[in-house]
Write a protein that binds this ligand. Structure first.
Ligand SMILES: [Zn+2]
Length: 308
């Protein structure tokens, strides 16, 4: 079982849900650091000879299309992080659909091939957004990695499903890759990305990675370009958020290098190509996962048995 390595390609000011989070209309006027930081990540990946999945924010792709082209040229998978980095549970189903579709089209225009994968901002899909999967299918996505199956500040949706699973019927559906968690004292916990990766010591992360791999699940690592840039500007915020957003920034690059040296990593797309049969065979209870929304496409998908 391999690990999957991913980058959410956004800038330092895309920290979510703060009074100081700048509005989309201001982004063009802020000093950007994503070009430099993402470029450095690409160098690390080349040095380690690995391919990863890059979930580009549509806004970043539009402003810096050469970053998307360069990731694609180096053999990485280009995927979508939505357009404007809005929380799913703060959007209407239609607004979410338009945001997800806009970023997909921007990326497809740049790389000239279909974009299969999606990850929402802040893993902000939850039980109050049951339309999420149907809207992604409608927008043409084939897989998603947005569900955080445990307690979390933004979102969190624990349905007891921790391994990748298939949602839908034999002809139409979506593969969901929940963010990797492992049970610690009965609570699903993540050690493998963002603040979790920064906070925990490398040895613990390695042990937890081995534990998950032994259970037959892939470990999904994720980083943001700003996390290897300890000097990036800070947004004003309270102490608790400051800790979560900026703890151990100085150690992240070394941790990323260590994980890439210790574990075999691949892209979502390559993982799917190798494991699609296994995932579909192991998937259960599609109705419970999709949730009923009367008259919607979700209901149609949920009523179908999982393809076996
Ligand atoms: Zn993000």
């Amino acid at each position: 079982m391999k690990c999957i390595f991913s980058v959410d390609v956004e800038d330092w000011f895309h920290t979510l849900d703060l009074p100081s989070t700048p509005d989309l209309s201001r982004w063009d006027f802020l000093p950007s650091r994503v070009e430099n930081n993402f470029g450095r990540l690409l160098e690390i990946f080349s040095e380690k000879q690995v391919h990863v999945t890059c979930f580009f924010l549509g806004w970043v792709a539009q402003r810096f299309p050469h970053l998307v082209k360069e990731a694609d040229r180096r053999g990485h998978e280009v995927a979508s992080h939505g357009y404007a980095h809005r929380l799913v549970y703060e959007m209407t189903p239609q607004a979410f659909y338009e945001d997800a579709l806009t970023s997909k089209k921007i990326l497809e225009d740049i790389v000239g091939r279909p974009i299969l994968g999606y990850r929402c901002s802040g893993f902000s899909v939850n039980g109050k957004t049951p339309w999420f999967f149907a809207k992604l299918i409608e927008a043409g996505y084939k897989y998603d990695s947005s569900v955080y199956p445990g307690p979390r500040g933004h979102g969190g949706w624990d349905k007891g499903l921790y391994a990748p699973y298939w949602l839908g019927n034999s002809s139409e559906g979506l593969l969901e890759f929940p963010i990797t968690t492992t049970q610690i004292l009965g609570v699903p916990m993540c050690f493998f990305g963002g603040g979790y990766l920064r906070l925990f010591p490398s040895l613990l992360i390695e042990n937890m990675t081995l534990k998950v791999l032994r259970e037959g699940r892939p470990v999904i690592f994720y980083v943001h370009p700003r996390e290897i840039d300890p000097q990036h500007p800070r947004l004003p915020m309270g102490l608790r958020r400051k800790f979560k957003s900026y703890v151990n920034l100085k150690t992240t690059e070394a941790k990323v290098r260590r994980m890439l040296a210790e574990f075999e990593v691949t892209t979502f797309r390559a993982f799917i190509e190798d494991h699609i049969g296994q995932i579909i065979a192991a998937s259960q209870a599609p109705v419970a996962v999709l949730g009923p929304v009367a008259g919607s496409r979700t209901e149609k998908l949920g009523a179908e048995a999982v393809c076996r």
